[in-house]
Design a protein around this ligand. Structure first.
Ligand SMILES: [Zn+2]
Ligand SMILES: [Zn+2]
Length: 520
C-alpha cells in the first residue's frame, strides 16, 4: 500500500491574481494564509485548492449523480498532488443592517406575517375594540336566533352626523323607492323629509325592509342585507323591537356595548351619538340596534381597515412600514449636545455645525448672533453656558412670536435651520453632512414597533406581531408549542406553525434561547 503523501503540492497556480505560484503545504497541519487584501489568499485557498478538490470529487461520481451537482470549472493550475477531499467553510459577512433581524434571516418573520394576515384577530387601531367581518349568512343566522315573532327592521346607514345640503341623499332614497327613513333615531316618511332644517347635524338610515321573524324569511332577509350593503358601503343595521330584545338577551355574534336593557323612549340614537360613540347595540325609541359590517370595520369609530395581506406586516414593505420612521423604529433628531459639544466656548465658536460654513454664510450667521447678543446685552465672547437661559433657547430653537415682541429680534434657530436644510437636501448624500449632529430616538408614531397602526392592531392571543418578536427565543418556543387554533383557523395555521416551531426549537436547542427575534 502506498503511503499517504505528506504534502499537498501545488504547481503553477494562476487563478485570478496568482502569478504562477508553486507551493507545498504540509498535510495534517493547521495552516494560516495571511497577506494584504488582494494578495491572493482566497484565490489560493478557495478558488484553487478547494475548487480542484470539489472538481475531483464530482468527477469521481456517476454521470447520473453529477447531473445534480454544480459543475465547477477547472482552476488555473498546472497540477495539484496529494490533495484530499476538500471542504470549505466561509465566513458570512455579518450584516449591520437594521432591516435584517433574527426573525427575518431565519424566515420566521415571513411565516409570522402569513400567520397574522390569515388568522390574526383585527382590532380597531383607534378604540381597540375587536373587529368582525360578517358574511351575509352569518348575519342571517344571528338574526334568526332572535326569538320567533320578533319585529325587526333592516336599515342602511347613509348619513352620519352630517349637516348641510342633504337633498341629494333624500332624492336618492325616494328615487330608489324607499318609503321610510330613520332620521336622528326617529322613523319618518320619506315624503315628509323634504324640509330638513339646515345647520343641524343628521343621522339618516333608510329602512330597507321590515319583517317579523319566521323561519321562512331567510331568503328575504339575505336580500335585504345585500341591498343594505350595496347602499351603505358594506354596513347593515338590524334593529329589533326592544320588548323582544328584553326577553331574548343577546345575539351570539355581538355583545351590545351598552348592555341589553330595553330602550326607554328618551334614549335616542342621536343622544348616544352625542357621547362620541355609536355603540353596536344602540337603542332608539324602543328599538335595539345591532350593526354588522361585511368588511373589517369598526362600526363605533367608522374606520374601515384595509385588506391586511402578509406584506402589511413587514416593516420592509411600504405597505407595512410605519410612515414616520419608514420601518426603522427610530428617527434621527438634532441633538443639543451634539450641536453645542463644548459649552465652554464663546457663542460664536460653540455652534459646531456652523464651524464649517462657507465664508459668506458664516458672516451672515455671525451678524445674526451679534444682533442676538446686543438684544440681550451680552458680549459675543461669553461662553455659551454662561448666556441667559432665554438666549440659549433662542440660539438653539429660534424666536417665538412672544420673543420677537419682548426682545425685538427674530432668529430662525440653529436646530430649525438644520432641519430645514436637511429636508431641502433630500438625498442621502446631502443629509449625511448633518448626521454628526443627530441622535437616534424611538419613533414617536410607532414607538419602535416599526409598523403602521392597522397591522399592529392585529393580535394573536394578546400579542401583536411586534410584541411576539420581542420575546426571547426560549419563551417564543414555549408560546408557539402551546399555541392552538380551532376550526378553519387551525387548518390554515397548522403548516405555518410547524415551520415556526421547527426553527424556534432549533435555535433554542443550539443555545440561542436568550436572543430575541427582533435582534438585528
Ligand atoms: Zn374603533
Ligand atoms: Zn415609526
Amino acid at each position: 500500500m502506498a503511503s499517504e503523501p505528506k504534502y499537498i503540492r501545488i504547481v503553477g497556480a494562476s487563478q485570478h491574481n496568482l502569478q504562477n505560484v508553486t507551493v507545498e503545504l504540509p498535510r495534517e497541519r493547521l495552516i494560516v494564509l495571511t497577506g494584504l487584501s488582494g494578495s491572493g489568499k482566497s484565490s489560493l485557498a478557495f478558488d484553487t485548492i478547494y475548487a480542484e478538490g470539489q472538481r475531483k470529487y464530482v468527477e469521481s461520481l456517476s454521470v447520473h449523480a453529477r447531473h445534480f451537482l454544480e459543475q465547477l470549472s477547472k482552476p488555473e493550475v498546472e497540477y495539484i498532488e496529494g490533495l484530499p477531499p476538500t471542504l470549505a467553510i466561509e465566513q458570512r459577512a455579518a450584516a449591520a443592517n437594521p432591516r435584517s433581524t433574527v426573525a427575518t434571516t431565519t424566515e420566521i418573520h415571513d411565516f409570522l406575517r402569513v400567520l397574522f394576515a390569515r388568522v390574526g384577530i383585527p382590532h380597531c387601531p383607534k378604540c381597540g375594540a375587536r373587529i368582525h367581518a360578517h358574511t351575509v349568512d352569518q348575519i342571517v343566522d344571528a338574526v334568526l336566533s332572535y326569538p320567533p315573532e320578533t319585529r325587526i327592521m333592516l336599515l342602511a346607514p347613509l348619513v352620519r352626523r352630517q349637516a348641510g345640503d342633504l337633498h341629494a341623499v333624500l332624492r336618492r332614497i325616494q328615487r330608489e323607492g324607499f318609503v321610510r327613513a330613520r332620521v336622528n333615531g326617529e322613523l319618518r316618511d320619506v315624503k315628509d323629509l323634504s324640509e330638513l332644517p339646515k345647520g343641524r347635524k343628521f343621522d339618516i338610515d333608510v329602512v330597507v325592509d321590515r319583517l317579523v321573524l319566521r323561519p321562512e324569511i331567510r331568503p328575504r332577509l339575505a336580500d335585504a342585507i345585500e341591498l343594505s350593503f350595496s347602499l351603505s358601503d358594506g354596513v347593515v343595521i338590524v334593529s329589533r323591537a326592544a320588548d323582544a330584545a328584553r326577553r331574548e338577551g343577546r345575539s351570539p355574534l355581538e355583545t351590545p356595548a351598552n348592555g341589553t336593557t330595553p330602550a326607554n323612549g328618551a334614549s335616542s340614537a342621536a343622544a348616544v351619538a352625542n357621547h362620541g360613540k355609536a355603540p353596536r347595540g344602540a337603542q332608539s325609541n324602543g328599538w335595539l340596534d345591532e350593526t354588522f359590517s361585511e368588511r373589517y370595520a369598526c362600526t363605533r369609530c367608522g374606520i374601515t381597515l384595509p385588506e391586511l395581506s402578509p406584506r402589511a406586516f413587514s416593516f420592509n414593505s411600504p405597505y407595512g412600514a410605519c410612515q414616520t420612521c419608514g420601518g426603522l423604529g427610530t428617527t434621527l433628531r438634532f441633538d443639543e449636545q451634539l450641536v453645542i459639544p463644548n459649552d465652554n466656548l464663546a457663542l460664536a465658536n460653540a455652534i459646531a455645525p456652523w464651524a464649517t460654513a462657507q465664508r459668506d454664510v458664516a458672516a451672515s450667521q455671525r451678524a445674526a448672533l451679534r444682533q442676538l447678543c446686543a438684544a440681550f446685552d451680552v458680549k459675543p465672547e461669553t461662553p455659551f453656558k454662561n448666556l441667559p437661559d432665554d438666549l440659549r433657547r433662542i440660539v438653539l430653537y429660534g424666536t417665538r412670536p412672544a420673543d420677537a415682541k419682548r426682545f425685538g429680534i427674530q432668529f430662525e434657530g440653529v436646530i430649525p435651520n438644520l432641519e430645514r436644510r436637511t429636508k431641502a437636501a433630500g438625498s442621502d448624500g446631502g443629509r449625511s453632512r448633518f448626521i454628526n449632529y443627530q441622535s437616534e430616538h424611538v419613533c414617536e408614531s410607532c414607538h419602535g414597533a416599526r409598523l403602521r397602526p392597522e397591522p399592529l392592531a392585529v393580535r394573536i392571543g394578546d400579542r401583536n406581531i411586534h410584541q411576539l418578536v420581542q420575546l426571547p427565543i426560549a419563551q417564543a418556543t414555549k408560546l408557539f408549542d402551546e399555541m392552538s387554533f380551532t376550526g378553519e383557523a387551525a387548518v390554515i395555521a397548522e403548516p405555518i406553525l410547524r415551520e415556526v416551531r421547527q426553527r424556534l426549537r432549533f435555535m433554542d436547542a443550539v443555545g440561542l434561547g436568550y436572543l430575541t427575534l427582533d435582534r438585528p
